[in-house]
Write a protein that binds this ligand. Structure first.
Ligand code: TXA
Ligand code: MG
Length: 325
């Protein structure tokens, strides 16, 4: 089976209603979707991207009215944030109802809801009439796709349809957030920044807790560590690297100064990593950015994708903290 890129939303909706899976555009990255209320359909997502079953997937709904249909005990703060930032790049973790099969949440009592704002996805949700479970449309551990062609490159032969939606406007995944009492906890930095969330809640960004998915989901510690990774080793440079050194190392360079600003970097980063990966280099070197705004999400992805760091001492490269997983 070859995969087909199509603009036919109706046909993809019918295919999903019949228990199939499809690549779909969102404003963050492309997703691999199935009917979230159909455990057999969701299983196909896990198989297609070779994703371990312990990693739960996000449920995409058309509006906040659906939260109470598929979830329960939803904190007021979730509705407050959804009012401001949804539809958009933020996912809320709340207690689930039984309508959501266990495979979606990897056996957790909680489910992640997101209301995507991509018009094609919105139209698809309307035509389907059921919520869509969708992780990013990459093979497990790899770079998320931000165009239909990149989705095809990841999943060709593994999914019948990829719905065309252009290049993703944000380019980096949603912020995943939950509440412990009144305290917001960010599990993954993403399209909505901690500063924006804090401002809306009337608190300081420092009042938001940060935790990793591994701390709230029953997975082995560290199992999800290497993620968003290119084929070639990615190393984080502690200072700028000269062209001469890059040549000597046959290294591709993801240099923040080449982008207009951090939003532009987020928009292009995954495509740029793919391009460098395919360029015949032996490694990719990148630099981190300042943490403000979307910077925390950019740095999180680069750190998770990286194999270690590199610095230049007396004209020689020194690689530190190298890990093979
Ligand atoms: O922007 C996005 O969020 C994209 C688009 C397609 O919507 N989706 C996405 O899905 O990035 P995925 O599966 O690649 O990442 C979702 C993350 C996973 O790391 C998963 O562990 C976490 O959200 N997650 C989902 N449900 C969860 C739950 N109930 N508890 C804790 N973490 C959860
Ligand atoms: Mg992903």
């Amino acid at each position: 089976m070859r995969s087909v890129i199509t603009g036919d939303i109706e046909a993809v909706a019918r295919h999903l209603a019949g228990g199939g899976i499809a690549g779909v555009p969102t404003e963050t990255v492309y997703g691999l979707a199935a009917n979230a209320t159909d455990g057999q359909a969701v299983l196909k997502i896990f198989e297609a991207k070779e994703r371990p079953r312990f990693n739960p997937v996000i449920v995409h709904v058309k509006d906040a009215g659906e939260f109470g249909k598929y979830g329960t005990d939803i904190p007021d703060e979730v509705y407050l944030l959804a009012e401001k930032f949804s539809p958009g790049p933020v996912s809320f973790i709340v207690k689930k109802k039984n309508l959501i099969p266990d495979i979606v949440t990897a056996g957790n009592e909680t489910v992640a809801f997101r209301i995507p704002c991509h018009p094609v996805f919105q139209e698809l949700l309307k035509k389907c009439g059921f919520p869509l479970a969708a992780p990013s449309a990459n093979m497990f551990g790899r770079i998320s796709p931000t165009t239909s062609e990149e989705t095809l490159a990841e999943l060709d032969g593994r999914v019948p349809f990829i719905l065309e939606g252009g290049k993703c406007r944000i380019g980096i995944e949603s912020t995943v957030i939950m509440f412990e009492g009144k305290t917001p906890v960010i599990l993954r930095h993403g399209g909505i920044s901690p500063e924006e969330i804090a401002a809306e809640l009337g608190i300081r960004p420092g009042d938001i807790k940060n935790r990793t998915m591994e701390q709230v989901s029953p997975v082995s510690p560290g199992m999800l560590y290497s993620h968003y990774a290119p084929e070639n080793p990615l190393l984080i440079a502690e200072e700028p690297v000269s062209d001469e050194m890059l040549d000597r190392l046959k290294a591709g360079y993801l240099d923040p100064v080449k982008f207009r600003d951090k939003k532009d970097m987020a928009f292009n980063m995954y495509s740029e990593l793919r391009r460098l990966d395919a360029s015949g280099c032996s490694m990719i070197i990148c630099r981190l950015v300042d943490e403000a705004g979307i910077g925390s999400a950019i740095n999180d992805r680069l750190q998770r994708a990286s194999k270690g760091s590199i610095s230049i001492r007396d004209g020689s490269p020194v690689i530190r903290n190298y890990r093979n997983v």
